[in-house]
Design a protein around this ligand. Structure first.
Ligand code: SF4
Length: 384
């Protein structure tokens, strides 16, 4: 085996079980089952040094050292919240940073994972959208968020289930980073990875119709759709992607996804914004959409609804409805037979509530870069 230069070392965190087996067979000339041992070291025991992998022979460890590495995201900042929510700011390469949030709730622990640095979809009520799109995260950077949280939580798969659910609901549109997200979700569901059941891994999309179909072909994870409006006119305003894939097409792709999964439900996320989409006529429109969805699948409660009161962020033109308006909206759904839980705002004290995931460090870095540029161009007073 020829030794590979350090710069070309393969980050094993980038590989799912299949990729790791191939790497062991094709690159290292080793038996595939060795890949399984290494996967357990990485994801169950959170080990990053090959010398600690004591059930591997010395020669194999040396070969791994020469050809591979386990590079995990660096925690730049972490902050626990009074309600148990925990936020990590993870440094990516260059000046990029992303946020990952852990939310414990009644016997389950959900990790909200990011898929991109920033986002290109420009949903009008979204804090991430304000920073624009920077780049896709690699598989290592996506599964690395789970690795960091699991290590922190002392999670041992099948024994201590502190990390019970993952939602791809952080920064970015996961279906625009399809291959890396699918590979990372495969590690989340693998017993050699984090051993989460399909229904405990949820991908949330703004409605990229062709990619929902593609996802249905390769994965069985739970699907959540950011709906936020019951008609095309309003939704196109709030979620510009709707102009390309209107509600009718989106709902049909969700029907196909649920049918492929033999009648699994789909969750529709609805962020309530004061005087924008929180009125009775919106609730009635939503009820009609949900009923049509159930009818298409011939299944009661095939469509689940989550209501999310808007979390204001600096510079937004939207407001959170008052509690009475939220209750009124929910009551209409309840009366039509929908459970429609209202998501509690969590992690308020650390800006980790949904819709507030924002690369603050990146923002700061960008502002500093802009400031330097203006300074060089003589556009600002150096003392400013
Ligand atoms: S809501 Fe999601 S898809 Fe829309 S801009 Fe924000 S991160 Fe992107």
């Amino acid at each position: 085996m020829t030794e590979v230069a350090a710069s070309t070392k393969r980050n094993l965190l980038d590989l799912d079980r299949e990729g790791l087996e191939r790497f062991f067979a094709d690159t290292l000339g080793e038996k595939r089952f060795r890949a399984h041992q290494v996967m357990k070291w990485i994801h169950h025991r959170h080990v990053t040094g090959f010398e600690q992998m004591t059930d591997l022979g010395k020669a194999l460890r040396a070969k791994l050292e020469a050809n591979a590495e386990i590079r995990v995201p660096q925690v730049q900042f972490e902050k626990p919240s009074a309600d148990g929510t925990h936020k990590w700011l993870l440094a990516m390469d260059g000046s990029n940073a992303i946020e990952t949030v852990y939310i414990p709730d009644k016997g389950r622990g959900t990790l909200c994972v990011s898929s991109q640095v920033g986002c290109a979809l420009n949903c009008q009520f979204c804090s991430t959208a304000t920073q624009g799109f920077n780049r896709n995260l690699s598989t290592a950077e996506i599964i690395g968020q789970v690795w960091v949280a699991a290590r922190h939580l002392g999670n041992v798969p099948h024994k201590q289930r502190k990390l019970t659910n993952v939602v791809m609901m952080g920064m970015g549109e996961p279906l625009m980073n399809f291959d890396n997200v699918v590979r990372a979700m495969s590690v989340m569901r693998d017993d050699l990875g984090y051993g989460l059941a399909n229904k405990r891994v949820t991908l949330s999309t703004a409605g990229l119709v062709p990619m929902i179909d593609r996802l249905g072909e390769v994965s069985d994870v739970s699907l959540a759709v950011s709906l936020h409006a019951p008609d095309d006119e309003l939704r196109s305003e709030l979620v510009p992607l709707n102009r390309k894939y209107p509600i009718g097409e989106l709902m049909e792709s969700c029907v196909r996804y649920a049918q492929r999964k033999r009648g699994a439900s789909v969750t529709f996320e609805y962020t309530l914004m004061k005087d924008v989409n929180d009125q009775p006529q919106h609730a009635l429109g939503l009820i009609r959409l949900m009923r049509d969805f159930d009818n298409r699948l011939q299944m009661k409660d095939a469509a689940k609804v989550n209501l999310i009161p808007f979390n204001p962020f600096p510079g937004t033109r939207f407001e959170r409805p008052d509690d009475a308006a939220i209750r009124r909206f929910q009551k209409l759904l309840n009366e039509a037979g929908r459970i429609a839980p209202v998501r509690r705002t969590r992690g308020d004290d650390i800006d980790a509530a949904c819709g507030q995931l924002k690369g603050q460090v990146m923002d700061r870095t960008r502002r500093q870069a802009e400031f330097r540029k203006r300074l060089q161009a003589g556009g600002v007073d150096a003392a400013a």
